[in-house]
Design a protein around this ligand. Structure first.
Ligand code: DI6
Ligand code: FE
Length: 399
Protein backbone atom coordinates (compact mmCIF):
# COMPACT_ATOMS: atom_id res chain seq x y z
CA UNK A 1 0.00 0.00 0.00
CA UNK A 2 1.17 3.49 -0.88
CA UNK A 3 -0.10 6.55 0.99
CA UNK A 4 0.86 10.11 1.85
CA UNK A 5 -0.18 11.37 5.29
CA UNK A 6 -0.43 15.15 5.26
CA UNK A 7 -1.07 18.03 7.68
CA UNK A 8 0.13 16.24 10.82
CA UNK A 9 1.98 17.36 13.94
CA UNK A 10 4.71 14.74 13.70
CA UNK A 11 6.68 13.53 16.72
CA UNK A 12 9.42 11.68 14.86
CA UNK A 13 11.16 10.78 18.18
CA UNK A 14 14.52 11.51 16.60
CA UNK A 15 16.60 13.36 19.20
CA UNK A 16 13.65 13.88 21.58
CA UNK A 17 10.21 14.67 20.22
CA UNK A 18 11.77 15.67 16.89
CA UNK A 19 8.68 17.71 16.04
CA UNK A 20 7.76 18.56 12.45
CA UNK A 21 4.59 20.66 12.09
CA UNK A 22 2.89 20.73 9.75
CA UNK A 23 4.49 17.60 8.38
CA UNK A 24 3.90 14.75 5.95
CA UNK A 25 4.88 11.07 5.81
CA UNK A 26 5.12 8.95 2.67
CA UNK A 27 4.50 5.22 3.16
CA UNK A 28 5.41 2.58 0.60
CA UNK A 29 5.32 -1.22 0.92
CA UNK A 30 4.90 -1.18 4.68
CA UNK A 31 7.82 1.15 5.30
CA UNK A 32 8.24 4.86 5.80
CA UNK A 33 9.66 6.20 2.54
CA UNK A 34 9.99 9.85 3.57
CA UNK A 35 9.10 12.22 6.42
CA UNK A 36 9.44 16.00 6.40
CA UNK A 37 7.75 19.38 6.31
CA UNK A 38 4.44 19.64 4.50
CA UNK A 39 5.85 22.23 2.09
CA UNK A 40 8.83 20.07 1.11
CA UNK A 41 7.19 16.88 -0.18
CA UNK A 42 9.47 15.50 -2.91
CA UNK A 43 7.98 15.22 -6.38
CA UNK A 44 8.11 11.40 -6.37
CA UNK A 45 5.61 11.25 -3.46
CA UNK A 46 3.30 14.07 -4.59
CA UNK A 47 1.11 11.67 -6.54
CA UNK A 48 0.56 9.17 -3.68
CA UNK A 49 -3.06 8.82 -2.45
CA UNK A 50 -3.43 11.30 0.42
CA UNK A 51 -4.82 10.98 3.92
CA UNK A 52 -5.29 14.38 5.59
CA UNK A 53 -4.51 14.26 9.32
CA UNK A 54 -6.28 17.52 10.19
CA UNK A 55 -3.47 18.87 12.35
CA UNK A 56 -3.53 15.82 14.64
CA UNK A 57 -0.54 14.36 16.43
CA UNK A 58 1.26 11.54 14.61
CA UNK A 59 3.64 9.33 16.63
CA UNK A 60 5.41 6.06 16.01
CA UNK A 61 3.26 3.06 16.93
CA UNK A 62 3.78 2.47 20.64
CA UNK A 63 5.85 -0.49 21.80
CA UNK A 64 4.93 -2.31 24.99
CA UNK A 65 8.25 -3.96 25.84
CA UNK A 66 7.12 -5.79 29.00
CA UNK A 67 3.84 -7.66 29.32
CA UNK A 68 2.52 -10.91 30.71
CA UNK A 69 -0.57 -10.73 28.49
CA UNK A 70 -1.18 -14.49 28.45
CA UNK A 71 -2.79 -15.96 31.57
CA UNK A 72 -5.97 -17.65 32.78
CA UNK A 73 -8.08 -16.80 35.82
CA UNK A 74 -8.35 -13.61 37.85
CA UNK A 75 -6.69 -12.24 40.98
CA UNK A 76 -9.35 -9.79 42.11
CA UNK A 77 -9.69 -11.65 45.44
CA UNK A 78 -5.97 -11.23 46.07
CA UNK A 79 -6.31 -7.50 45.42
CA UNK A 80 -9.00 -7.50 48.09
CA UNK A 81 -6.77 -9.49 50.49
CA UNK A 82 -3.95 -7.00 50.07
CA UNK A 83 -6.30 -4.16 50.94
CA UNK A 84 -7.27 -6.14 54.02
CA UNK A 85 -3.65 -6.08 55.13
CA UNK A 86 -1.78 -8.97 53.44
CA UNK A 87 1.49 -8.13 51.66
CA UNK A 88 2.49 -9.37 48.19
CA UNK A 89 5.24 -11.51 49.77
CA UNK A 90 2.84 -13.02 52.35
CA UNK A 91 0.37 -13.93 49.62
CA UNK A 92 3.16 -15.42 47.48
CA UNK A 93 4.57 -17.48 50.38
CA UNK A 94 1.06 -18.78 51.16
CA UNK A 95 0.77 -20.25 47.66
CA UNK A 96 -1.34 -17.42 46.26
CA UNK A 97 -0.09 -14.75 43.95
CA UNK A 98 1.68 -16.01 40.87
CA UNK A 99 0.96 -19.64 41.81
CA UNK A 100 -2.82 -19.19 41.68
CA UNK A 101 -2.44 -17.92 38.12
CA UNK A 102 -0.16 -20.89 37.40
CA UNK A 103 -2.90 -23.34 38.47
CA UNK A 104 -5.48 -21.65 36.22
CA UNK A 105 -3.06 -21.39 33.30
CA UNK A 106 -2.07 -25.06 33.54
CA UNK A 107 -5.77 -25.98 33.37
CA UNK A 108 -6.34 -23.88 30.22
CA UNK A 109 -5.80 -24.97 26.62
CA UNK A 110 -3.77 -22.97 24.13
CA UNK A 111 -7.03 -21.81 22.54
CA UNK A 112 -8.41 -20.79 25.96
CA UNK A 113 -5.31 -18.71 26.55
CA UNK A 114 -5.58 -16.99 23.18
CA UNK A 115 -9.29 -16.28 23.75
CA UNK A 116 -8.59 -14.81 27.19
CA UNK A 117 -5.77 -12.65 25.83
CA UNK A 118 -7.66 -11.10 22.91
CA UNK A 119 -9.70 -8.58 24.96
CA UNK A 120 -6.47 -7.51 26.67
CA UNK A 121 -4.80 -7.20 23.29
CA UNK A 122 -7.70 -5.06 22.07
CA UNK A 123 -7.13 -2.70 24.99
CA UNK A 124 -3.40 -2.56 24.26
CA UNK A 125 -4.12 -1.78 20.62
CA UNK A 126 -6.69 0.88 21.58
CA UNK A 127 -3.88 2.48 23.58
CA UNK A 128 -1.69 2.67 20.49
CA UNK A 129 0.45 -0.45 20.81
CA UNK A 130 1.68 -1.90 17.52
CA UNK A 131 4.45 -4.14 18.91
CA UNK A 132 4.09 -5.97 22.21
CA UNK A 133 6.31 -8.28 24.15
CA UNK A 134 4.60 -11.30 25.74
CA UNK A 135 6.19 -13.53 28.36
CA UNK A 136 5.57 -17.09 29.44
CA UNK A 137 5.99 -17.80 33.15
CA UNK A 138 2.60 -19.02 34.37
CA UNK A 139 3.01 -22.60 33.13
CA UNK A 140 6.16 -23.67 34.98
CA UNK A 141 6.20 -27.12 33.37
CA UNK A 142 7.87 -27.79 30.04
CA UNK A 143 4.56 -28.36 28.27
CA UNK A 144 2.73 -25.46 29.89
CA UNK A 145 5.53 -22.99 29.15
CA UNK A 146 5.49 -24.11 25.50
CA UNK A 147 1.69 -23.79 25.47
CA UNK A 148 1.94 -20.18 26.65
CA UNK A 149 4.57 -19.33 24.04
CA UNK A 150 2.50 -20.95 21.28
CA UNK A 151 -0.50 -18.86 22.41
CA UNK A 152 1.64 -15.71 22.31
CA UNK A 153 2.90 -16.56 18.82
CA UNK A 154 -0.73 -17.06 17.70
CA UNK A 155 -1.86 -13.53 18.65
CA UNK A 156 -0.76 -11.81 15.39
CA UNK A 157 -3.02 -14.23 13.48
CA UNK A 158 -5.98 -12.65 15.30
CA UNK A 159 -5.05 -8.98 15.55
CA UNK A 160 -2.83 -6.51 13.63
CA UNK A 161 0.09 -6.47 16.05
CA UNK A 162 3.65 -7.75 16.16
CA UNK A 163 4.59 -9.94 19.11
CA UNK A 164 8.02 -10.54 20.62
CA UNK A 165 8.00 -13.66 22.79
CA UNK A 166 9.97 -14.10 25.99
CA UNK A 167 10.72 -17.32 27.84
CA UNK A 168 10.11 -16.69 31.55
CA UNK A 169 10.01 -20.17 33.06
CA UNK A 170 12.20 -18.72 35.85
CA UNK A 171 9.29 -16.62 37.11
CA UNK A 172 8.38 -18.59 40.23
CA UNK A 173 9.18 -21.97 41.72
CA UNK A 174 6.14 -24.23 41.32
CA UNK A 175 4.91 -26.13 44.41
CA UNK A 176 6.41 -29.44 43.25
CA UNK A 177 9.89 -27.84 43.31
CA UNK A 178 9.50 -25.73 46.47
CA UNK A 179 12.92 -25.17 48.03
CA UNK A 180 14.63 -26.80 45.01
CA UNK A 181 15.33 -23.90 42.69
CA UNK A 182 18.43 -25.47 41.14
CA UNK A 183 16.50 -28.63 40.26
CA UNK A 184 13.67 -26.58 38.79
CA UNK A 185 16.09 -24.65 36.59
CA UNK A 186 17.82 -27.86 35.47
CA UNK A 187 14.70 -29.97 34.95
CA UNK A 188 12.13 -27.45 33.68
CA UNK A 189 13.59 -24.06 32.80
CA UNK A 190 16.51 -25.31 30.70
CA UNK A 191 14.67 -28.07 28.81
CA UNK A 192 11.67 -25.81 28.14
CA UNK A 193 14.03 -23.13 26.80
CA UNK A 194 15.75 -25.62 24.49
CA UNK A 195 12.42 -26.99 23.27
CA UNK A 196 10.95 -23.50 22.74
CA UNK A 197 14.04 -22.47 20.80
CA UNK A 198 13.92 -25.60 18.66
CA UNK A 199 10.27 -24.86 17.84
CA UNK A 200 11.02 -21.21 17.01
CA UNK A 201 8.83 -19.97 19.85
CA UNK A 202 11.23 -17.72 21.72
CA UNK A 203 12.91 -14.41 20.94
CA UNK A 204 14.48 -13.62 24.32
CA UNK A 205 14.95 -14.97 27.85
CA UNK A 206 13.84 -13.33 31.10
CA UNK A 207 13.80 -14.33 34.77
CA UNK A 208 12.53 -12.98 38.10
CA UNK A 209 15.53 -12.30 40.32
CA UNK A 210 14.15 -11.68 43.80
CA UNK A 211 14.18 -13.02 47.36
CA UNK A 212 10.80 -14.67 46.71
CA UNK A 213 11.95 -16.04 43.34
CA UNK A 214 15.45 -16.81 41.93
CA UNK A 215 18.95 -15.73 42.93
CA UNK A 216 21.69 -14.84 40.47
CA UNK A 217 23.32 -18.17 41.39
CA UNK A 218 20.14 -20.03 40.42
CA UNK A 219 19.97 -18.11 37.15
CA UNK A 220 23.58 -18.48 35.97
CA UNK A 221 22.96 -21.77 34.08
CA UNK A 222 19.85 -20.29 32.41
CA UNK A 223 21.65 -17.21 31.14
CA UNK A 224 24.57 -19.37 30.01
CA UNK A 225 22.14 -21.53 28.01
CA UNK A 226 20.52 -18.44 26.48
CA UNK A 227 23.95 -17.32 25.35
CA UNK A 228 24.65 -20.76 23.86
CA UNK A 229 21.39 -20.57 21.92
CA UNK A 230 22.14 -17.01 20.78
CA UNK A 231 19.13 -15.55 22.60
CA UNK A 232 19.32 -12.13 24.29
CA UNK A 233 18.53 -11.93 28.00
CA UNK A 234 16.71 -9.48 30.26
CA UNK A 235 15.82 -9.56 33.93
CA UNK A 236 13.12 -8.60 36.42
CA UNK A 237 15.69 -7.02 38.70
CA UNK A 238 15.58 -5.16 42.01
CA UNK A 239 11.78 -4.84 42.13
CA UNK A 240 11.33 -5.45 45.86
CA UNK A 241 14.91 -5.69 47.16
CA UNK A 242 18.47 -5.24 45.83
CA UNK A 243 19.71 -8.68 44.75
CA UNK A 244 22.44 -7.23 42.48
CA UNK A 245 20.53 -8.74 39.57
CA UNK A 246 21.08 -5.72 37.34
CA UNK A 247 24.87 -6.09 37.47
CA UNK A 248 24.51 -9.83 36.82
CA UNK A 249 22.24 -9.23 33.84
CA UNK A 250 24.41 -6.43 32.45
CA UNK A 251 27.41 -8.75 32.63
CA UNK A 252 25.45 -11.00 30.24
CA UNK A 253 24.82 -8.09 27.87
CA UNK A 254 21.16 -7.87 28.89
CA UNK A 255 18.86 -5.86 26.63
CA UNK A 256 17.01 -4.56 29.67
CA UNK A 257 16.62 -4.68 33.42
CA UNK A 258 13.02 -4.21 34.41
CA UNK A 259 11.39 -2.63 37.51
CA UNK A 260 14.79 -1.62 39.07
CA UNK A 261 13.28 0.40 41.94
CA UNK A 262 15.98 -0.89 44.30
CA UNK A 263 18.96 -0.87 41.93
CA UNK A 264 22.07 0.63 43.52
CA UNK A 265 24.96 2.62 42.04
CA UNK A 266 26.81 -0.59 41.09
CA UNK A 267 23.84 -1.78 39.05
CA UNK A 268 23.32 1.59 37.37
CA UNK A 269 27.01 1.74 36.39
CA UNK A 270 26.93 -1.82 35.04
CA UNK A 271 23.80 -1.08 33.00
CA UNK A 272 25.36 2.09 31.58
CA UNK A 273 28.53 0.21 30.59
CA UNK A 274 26.55 -2.57 28.90
CA UNK A 275 24.00 -0.30 27.19
CA UNK A 276 21.21 -2.07 29.10
CA UNK A 277 17.84 -0.28 29.07
CA UNK A 278 16.00 0.39 32.35
CA UNK A 279 12.37 -0.61 31.84
CA UNK A 280 10.18 1.32 34.29
CA UNK A 281 6.91 -0.33 35.28
CA UNK A 282 4.86 2.18 37.24
CA UNK A 283 1.71 0.02 37.10
CA UNK A 284 3.26 -2.54 39.47
CA UNK A 285 4.67 0.22 41.70
CA UNK A 286 1.21 1.77 41.87
CA UNK A 287 -0.68 -1.48 42.47
CA UNK A 288 1.70 -2.66 45.19
CA UNK A 289 1.63 0.82 46.75
CA UNK A 290 5.43 0.86 46.70
CA UNK A 291 7.38 3.86 47.92
CA UNK A 292 10.91 3.18 46.64
CA UNK A 293 11.26 5.07 43.36
CA UNK A 294 13.59 3.88 40.61
CA UNK A 295 16.75 6.07 40.51
CA UNK A 296 15.66 8.17 37.56
CA UNK A 297 18.23 10.93 38.21
CA UNK A 298 21.03 8.35 38.36
CA UNK A 299 19.85 6.75 35.09
CA UNK A 300 19.82 10.17 33.45
CA UNK A 301 23.27 11.15 34.57
CA UNK A 302 24.74 7.73 33.72
CA UNK A 303 23.11 7.80 30.28
CA UNK A 304 20.96 4.69 30.89
CA UNK A 305 18.02 4.77 28.46
CA UNK A 306 14.64 4.45 30.20
CA UNK A 307 11.70 2.60 28.67
CA UNK A 308 8.13 2.55 30.00
CA UNK A 309 5.84 -0.48 29.78
CA UNK A 310 2.55 -1.74 31.19
CA UNK A 311 3.80 -4.98 32.85
CA UNK A 312 0.25 -6.13 32.07
CA UNK A 313 -0.29 -9.07 34.44
CA UNK A 314 -3.07 -10.35 36.70
CA UNK A 315 -1.26 -9.79 39.99
CA UNK A 316 0.66 -6.57 40.14
CA UNK A 317 -0.32 -4.58 37.07
CA UNK A 318 -3.77 -5.30 35.63
CA UNK A 319 -3.36 -2.48 33.14
CA UNK A 320 -3.18 -2.65 29.35
CA UNK A 321 -2.78 1.01 28.37
CA UNK A 322 0.64 2.40 27.49
CA UNK A 323 -0.56 6.03 27.67
CA UNK A 324 -1.72 5.30 31.24
CA UNK A 325 1.69 3.79 32.04
CA UNK A 326 3.29 6.94 30.59
CA UNK A 327 1.09 9.15 32.74
CA UNK A 328 2.07 7.12 35.82
CA UNK A 329 5.76 7.27 34.88
CA UNK A 330 5.50 11.05 34.81
CA UNK A 331 3.36 11.47 37.91
CA UNK A 332 4.94 8.78 40.11
CA UNK A 333 8.53 8.65 38.80
CA UNK A 334 8.83 12.26 37.59
CA UNK A 335 9.75 11.41 34.01
CA UNK A 336 9.13 14.24 31.59
CA UNK A 337 6.41 13.56 28.99
CA UNK A 338 9.17 13.55 26.37
CA UNK A 339 11.08 10.86 28.28
CA UNK A 340 7.86 8.87 28.71
CA UNK A 341 7.18 8.92 24.96
CA UNK A 342 10.79 8.02 24.16
CA UNK A 343 10.27 5.22 26.70
CA UNK A 344 7.29 3.79 24.83
CA UNK A 345 8.91 4.14 21.39
CA UNK A 346 12.67 4.36 20.76
CA UNK A 347 13.84 2.99 24.09
CA UNK A 348 11.18 0.27 24.16
CA UNK A 349 12.41 -0.87 20.75
CA UNK A 350 15.95 -1.00 22.13
CA UNK A 351 14.75 -3.03 25.12
CA UNK A 352 13.52 -5.60 22.58
CA UNK A 353 16.64 -5.43 20.43
CA UNK A 354 14.67 -3.95 17.51
CA UNK A 355 16.06 -1.13 15.38
CA UNK A 356 13.42 -1.02 12.63
CA UNK A 357 10.72 0.71 14.68
CA UNK A 358 10.15 3.32 17.37
CA UNK A 359 10.86 6.39 15.22
CA UNK A 360 9.29 8.06 12.24
CA UNK A 361 12.18 7.93 9.80
CA UNK A 362 12.80 6.66 6.29
CA UNK A 363 13.28 2.90 6.31
CA UNK A 364 11.39 2.25 9.57
CA UNK A 365 8.30 0.02 9.68
CA UNK A 366 5.18 2.06 8.94
CA UNK A 367 3.59 1.51 12.36
CA UNK A 368 2.03 4.84 13.29
CA UNK A 369 -0.60 6.33 15.59
CA UNK A 370 -2.69 9.38 14.82
CA UNK A 371 -4.12 10.82 18.04
CA UNK A 372 -6.93 13.23 18.81
CA UNK A 373 -4.31 15.57 20.22
CA UNK A 374 -2.12 18.36 18.96
CA UNK A 375 0.99 18.08 21.18
CA UNK A 376 2.92 14.96 22.25
CA UNK A 377 2.79 15.92 25.95
CA UNK A 378 -0.96 15.17 25.80
CA UNK A 379 -0.18 11.44 25.64
CA UNK A 380 1.21 11.55 29.17
CA UNK A 381 -0.81 14.48 30.50
CA UNK A 382 -4.27 13.04 29.93
CA UNK A 383 -4.89 10.21 32.40
CA UNK A 384 -5.42 7.26 30.07
CA UNK A 385 -4.30 9.27 27.06
CA UNK A 386 -6.13 10.88 24.17
CA UNK A 387 -8.28 8.88 21.77
CA UNK A 388 -6.52 7.05 18.98
CA UNK A 389 -8.03 8.47 15.77
CA UNK A 390 -6.26 6.22 13.26
CA UNK A 391 -3.76 3.43 13.60
CA UNK A 392 -1.43 2.40 10.81
CA UNK A 393 0.09 -1.06 11.04
CA UNK A 394 2.68 -2.19 8.53
CA UNK A 395 1.53 0.60 6.21
CA UNK A 396 -2.17 -0.26 6.45
CA UNK A 397 -4.83 2.00 7.99
CA UNK A 398 -6.75 -0.23 10.38
CA UNK A 399 -8.81 1.92 12.76
N1 DI6 B 1 7.10 -9.09 38.80
C1 DI6 B 1 5.85 -8.65 38.67
O1 DI6 B 1 5.48 -7.56 39.00
C2 DI6 B 1 5.06 -9.68 38.03
N2 DI6 B 1 6.01 -10.68 37.77
C3 DI6 B 1 7.17 -10.32 38.26
O2 DI6 B 1 8.15 -11.01 38.15
C4 DI6 B 1 3.99 -10.21 38.91
C5 DI6 B 1 3.33 -11.39 38.32
C6 DI6 B 1 2.14 -11.84 39.12
O3 DI6 B 1 1.98 -11.47 40.29
O4 DI6 B 1 1.34 -12.60 38.54
FE1 FE C 1 6.80 -8.38 34.81
Amino acid sequence: MTILLTDAVIATMQGGYGLIAPGAVAIHQGRIAWVGPQDAIPAEFQGFPRHACGGRLLTPGLIDCHSHAIWAGTRAAEFEARLNGASYEQIARAGGGILSTVAATRAATEDDLVAAALPRLDQMIAGGATTIEVKSGYGLTIDDELKMLRAARALPRHRPVQVVTTHLAAHATPPEYRGRNAAYIAEVALPSLRAAHAEGLVDQVDAFCEGIAFSTTDLAPLFAEAQTLGLPVKLHAEQLTDQHGAAFAAAHGALSCDHVEYVGPDGVAAMAAAGTVAVLLPGAFYTLHETQMPPVAAFRSAGVAMAVATDLNPGTSPMASLPLAMNMACTLFRLTPEEALLGATVHAARALGLSDRGQIAAGQRADLCLWDASHPAELSYRIGGPKLATRIFGGRLDV
